[in-house]
Design a protein. Structure first.
Length: 363
């Protein structure tokens, strides 16, 4: 048993199920098996592929945590508890979120293997699905036009597609205190404007996730398609998310799988609902935005984007959501896998429940 092996200066890793990770507290992560075992299993970069194949074969519901040893409140203990002949790092305390430097999806390939994972290639991999080729072409185009706020394609192999990892932090609900301020919304608007402007003129002969779409739909802009807190990357240390007083800068957008040509307003209304709080009061409260001034937040978002006002977003929101909900239902009825998955999560029901509020507040 040791606390100072030769890999003490390397990051460590932990494979978490999405359910366990999403159940974390504001300061710590505790896996489901902790109560019984009394420690958190970690692996060195060299050990991780073997750990995945032994304990998680075929699992597609994992995220990979990268752990900075210097930030752990409890130093890892290296020990061979199961007679394997190899010592593994264990932390005998809930895992400090301050030590988690990155969280990325960790899917297996189509054969249930994790052989694609490489410690020296910081990528984010996801299943290679209909639309992936179109998305990778878009990401390449955005970079070529000078937009650096999106991942870059790396490889496609074995049923997986990988893009570069954007350094930074994503947040969830309830939103952190600094996202109650208007400055971050102005910056989000500016980021969306840059992405949209960079996409104009991108012509593609490949099908998107929903199939072929007229590249001139909505004026030739390509939307991200899912603008929300989980897909915005912020320039902040994870340890500071809950305590930061000054709002960080949004540096990028990730998870472009729902990207497709369409009006700019689609992404703007997504941001208005998911970040500015333009949703029914009960959803606003659950999102950590109770008591906020919705109009001033919409003004900030629209002002950062340019060419719109809060009144424009209030007026546009009902028609945008109604149109997208109708298209969403057509895609579910057509049997498109991704929209069936969204429907199982209640996305369509939430949009439908939001429409009366949007219509009542339209100007």
């Amino acid at each position: 048993m040791t606390t100072d092996p030769t890999v003490s200066d390397q990051p460590l890793h932990h494979a978490a199920t999405r359910i366990d990770w999403e159940a974390r507290s504001a300061t710590h992560y505790t896996p489901a098996g902790y109560a019984e075992e009394g420690f958190v299993h970690l692996s060195s970069p060299a050990q991780l592929p073997g750990t995945l194949h032994r304990h998680y074969p075929g699992r597609s519901d994992l995220v990979l945590l990268t752990i900075d040893q210097d930030r752990l409140g409890s130093a890892p203990i290296w020990e061979d508890l199961y007679g394997s002949g190899t010592e593994f790092p264990h932390v005998y305390a809930p895992l400090d979120l301050a030590a988690v430097s990155a969280v990325v999806p960790l899917p297996c390939d189509r054969d249930g293997r994790f052989d694609w994972w490489r410690a020296d290639d910081p990528v984010v991999a996801a299943p290679d699905r209909p639309g992936t080729e179109a998305v990778h072409a878009l990401l390449t185009h955005l970079s070529a036009t000078g937009f650096d706020g999106a991942p870059q394609p790396r490889w496609r192999d074995g049923g997986l597609a990988a893009v570069s990892h954007l350094p930074g932090v994503t947040v969830g609900y309830p939103l952190p205190a600094w996202l109650r301020r208007t400055e971050p919304l102005e910056a989000v608007g500016a980021l969306l404007r840059s992405a949209h402007d960079a996409s104009v003129g991108h012509r593609i002969d490949r099908s998107w996730a929903a199939g072929p779409i007229d590249p001139d739909a909505g004026g030739g802009t390509v939307n991200h398609g899912d603008v929300g807190p989980g897909n915005l990357v912020w320039a902040i240390d994870r340890a500071e998310v809950a305590t930061a007083e000054d709002p960080p800068v949004p540096v990028g957008l990730i998870d472009w799988e729902f990207a497709e040509p369409g009006p700019r307003e689609y992404d703007l209304i997504d941001a208005a609902m998911n970040l500015a709080g333009h949703v029914p009061p009960e959803r606003r409260t659950r999102g950590g935005l109770d008591g906020i001034d919705v109009v001033s937040r919409l003004d900030a978002l629209a002002g950062g984007y340019g060419g719109y006002t809060a009144a424009d977003l209030l007026r546009l929101a009902p028609d945008v959501v109604s149109t997208r909900l109708a298209e969403y239902r057509r895609r579910v009825a057509a049997g498109l896998d991704r929209w069936i998955e969204l429907d199982a999560q209640g996305v369509g029901d939430r949009w439908a429940a939001t429409l009366p509020y949007l219509r009542a507040t339209a100007r």
